[in-house]
Design a protein around this ligand. Sequence first.
Ligand code: GLP
Length: 259
Amino acid sequence: MEIIVLPDADAVANAAAGIIQARVERGPAVLGLATGSTPLGTYRELIRRHREEGLSFADAQAFTLDEYLGLPADHPESYRSVIRREFTDSVDFADGAVRSIDGQAEDPEQEALRYDAEIAAAGGVDVQLLGIGTDGHIGFNEPMSSLASRTRIKTLTEQTRRDNARFFPSIDEVPHHVITQGLGTIREARHLLLLGLGEPKALAIAAAVEGPIAANCPASALQLHPHTTVLVDAAAASRLEHTEYYQYTHAQKPAWQRY
Ligand code: GLP
């Protein structure tokens, strides 16, 4: 894991946008896109680079990470809508290049299998952007998710429903069930980019990065991945034990070594 501690959320957004831009400019890229508030700054910065510096996504494809079960695709809080509103509609992805899970599929189990097959048919994900839940979840893989899991239906914890209630008129409207890419699916992406912002994420980041690999912190599965970059602001890094070493490593990073 490469752990980069940055002063604030803007610095994290800038660094994440830089990594995504570098991959998009190397040739046709498949991006994995996360929702939640954490990646919003990154999306804003990518939109700015598109508008002001000509960064183009015309040759790129994208897959969202997860979806609420039962929300119509055009519901404002479906992750299909959110990702389009916050990012992809504001840049130049080709028609049909942004794929999402159908939260209203007649057969959700079949939809999950179909989605994994669609990702595989696109050649897999090149860069997967990830936030982290306060309970250590990535995507919607709640604690005790199998570290080898595939895209499937999950039940949200009450903690996650409470955390996400701010996006809905009331907690009663937060769905109980979701379809999420599994931890095994996510780990097949070639480069994982985990972002953590703010003090409420500090314990989850510490468990994910420095704790044991354990199903009770799903993000710790990233330790098994050969190419993971963790970008955190100072508050999210506040429970890490080895911050000095991470800062030293970053300062010594050879100019030839890319992210
Ligand atoms: C949701 C999403 C996750 C996201 C998490 C954290 O549960 N499924 O992908 O990482 O929220 O959200 P936030 O970034 O708003 O804290």
